[in-house]
Write a protein that binds this ligand. Structure first.
Ligand code: B12
Ligand SMILES: Nc1nc2c(ncn2[C@@H]2O[C@H](COP(=O)(O)OP(=O)(O)O)[C@@H](O)[C@H]2O)c(=O)[nH]1
Ligand SMILES: [Mg+2]
Length: 423
């Protein structure tokens, strides 16, 4: 494959691309290469992994307010698959989200023409790869989606206060997604033009559960487990998730990879949004407060906020949540390391996740002791501390079941307390 001359390329806008391999397709090598180049050019990438349905991909693109979708398809059925994605987006008033794809030699030149005539922005062939180079293809793709999201024009279909109220009431995900983009990209427009259209007196805001811990400890996997149980347990309640992942300082790009762990969220009672920190030294995005306020106006019954991976001294989550949970693994090095973890002072609940790892029983004993020490609970048995051994990657894990029951109780008690104090 030729390497076309390197071009200096800089995005003008904050651009978000949803990437995936198509349904029943495990060929993810190509999309993994493409998403890395997309990110290295400064875009935020929401990666869904392989075997993703048209509905999953479209719902994600709408909730994320993405500029484009980029897919690989090698298993055949690409004509139907790409066209269906196009139709679903249009049906939901999101025809502006562009669709790109590739599938090597499995997508014939005549089929590429048919798809592009139908409205797919571009399908890249192996010949395109040869003439443009990998970077050249990605620059071509990004140039076509370098437009701003969250602009005032995004609200052209919503006329005044009544429409805003209706959109909040019905948890219109397209609307909520756009408001979050406005908060991220045009905070001054949110303040000056939109806030006055927000409904007043929508009291009884939603409880916020903050989840934090080291990178890779299993925060997103645990959220998926909580969501699954929540939907099963409460058949009329709705849940929103905000997951924050770091932006790269060098390129401004980000891999927003939390959705790849979440399967329970493909449900119409769930809204999920990924946010990039857009500042490399923070565990939360600057726009988190705004995003949470927007979701509260939509009356979600629970809002879960996931930070990016934190170090021993980070406790930022506590200021943004009603109840906070710290997720760690048994591999914390030595018991003395626990004394340095600030979240053990603040967390309402601790999960020692990856409980299938060696040394987990010793680890949980040490964490329970440290929790007891930090909270001065000398009169209580260390075994009764709210510290749970969990395996979030396992279906129906008993530790996660126990954690869930206690978590719901803590949230409900905290909520009752908060309202009793107000009234
Ligand atoms: C690598 C590979 C595998 C690997 C996949 C590894 C992985 N994790 O992805 C393994 C060995 C696992 C595999 C398995 C299978 N494979 Co296979 N595989 C391939 C192979 C050799 C290359 C595909 C590839 O990734 N190419 C690299 C990319 C970068 O290059 P490209 O495809 O030429 O794409 C160009 C453009 O289209 C563009 N592009 C592509 N996608 C995108 C996306 C975007 C956003 C952009 C901008 C550009 C772009 O980039 C390239 C630039 O030149 C192809 C044959 C071939 N030579 O193409 C078969 C092929 C796709 N596989 C095939 C089959 C049948 C299978 C299996 C079903 C085999 C089996 N019976 O088990 C399984 C299914 C696996 C599954 N679960 O889905 C068939 C599909 C036939 C069809 N659809 O009619 C092929 C065509 C082989 C063949 N001739 O029979 N496979
Ligand atoms: N062995 C094991 N792996 C897990 C467990 N929970 C999550 N994982 C895996 O750990 C990796 C990181 O998980 P993720 O939820 O993305 O972590 P996050 O970065 O904290 O959000 C993934 O590969 C998960 O499948 C667990 O309890 N045991
Ligand atoms: Mg995560």
């Amino acid at each position: 494959m030729s390497t076309a001359a390197k071009v200096d390329f800089q995005l003008k806008n904050k651009v978000k691309i949803v990437t995936a391999a198509s349904l029943f397709d495990g060929h993810d090598a190509a999309i993994n290469i493409m998403r890395r180049i997309i990110q290295s050019k400064g875009a935020e990438v929401v990666h869904l992994g392989h075997n993703r349905s048209a509905a999953d991909i479209v719902n994600t693109a709408i909730q994320e307010d993405a500029n484009a979708i980029a897919i690989t398809s090698y298993q055949g059925g690409h004509i139907e698959f790409f066209k269906y994605i196009h139709d679903l987006l249009k049906e939901q008033g999101c025809g502006h989200i562009k669709i790109f794809g590739g599938g090597g030699g499995t997508i014939l030149p005549t089929e590429i023409k048919e798809l592009m005539d139908y409205g797919i922005a571009r399908i890249y062939s192996p010949d395109d790869g040869r003439s443009m180079g990998l970077e050249g293809m990605i620059i071509d793709l990004l140039q076509q989606c370098d437009f701003p999201t969250g602009t005032p024009q995004s609200y052209n279909d919503y006329h005044g206060k009544a429409d805003f109220a209706k959109a909040f009431e019905s948890c219109d995900s397209k609307f909520l997604a756009r408001l979050i983009s406005t908060a991220e990209n045009f905070p001054e427009i949110l303040e000056a033009d939109l806030r006055k259209l927000f409904p007043e007196n929508r009291a009884m805001p939603s409880p916020v559960l903050g989840i934090t811990g080291t990178g890779g400890a299993g925060k997103s996997s645990m959220i998926d487990e909580i969501v699954r149980r929540f939907l099963f347990e409460f058949d009329d309640k709705r849940i929103a998730i905000l997951s924050v992942d770091p932006s790269k300082r060098k390129t401004g790009g980000a891999l927003l990879g939390d959705r790849i762990r979440m399967n329970a969220i493909n449900n119409d009672r769930v809204f999920m949004r990924s946010l990039a920190t857009r500042q490399s030294n923070l565990a939360l995005s600057k726009y988190v407060n705004e995003a949470v306020e927007i979701l509260k106006l939509a009356h979600f019954d629970l809002i879960i906020l996931e930070t990016s991976g934190i170090g021993q001294s980070d406790t930022e989550i506590v200021d943004h949540s009603d109840v906070s949970m710290y997720i760690m693994t048994p591999e914390f090095g030595a018991a003395s390391q626990l004394e340095k973890i600030d979240m053990l002072d603040f967390a309402d609940i601790v999960a020692v996740n990856k409980f299938d790892k060696r040394g987990a029983l010793d680890a949980i004993r040490d964490v329970k002791k440290q929790f007891q020490r930090n909270h001065n609970l000398w009169d209580q048995d260390p075994d009764t501390m709210p510290v749970y051994g969990t395996i979030a990657s396992q279906f129906n894990d008993p530790g996660t079941n126990e954690l869930f029951i206690n978590l719901m109780k803590v949230i409900s008690d905290r909520w009752t307390e908060k309202y009793a104090a107000k009234n």
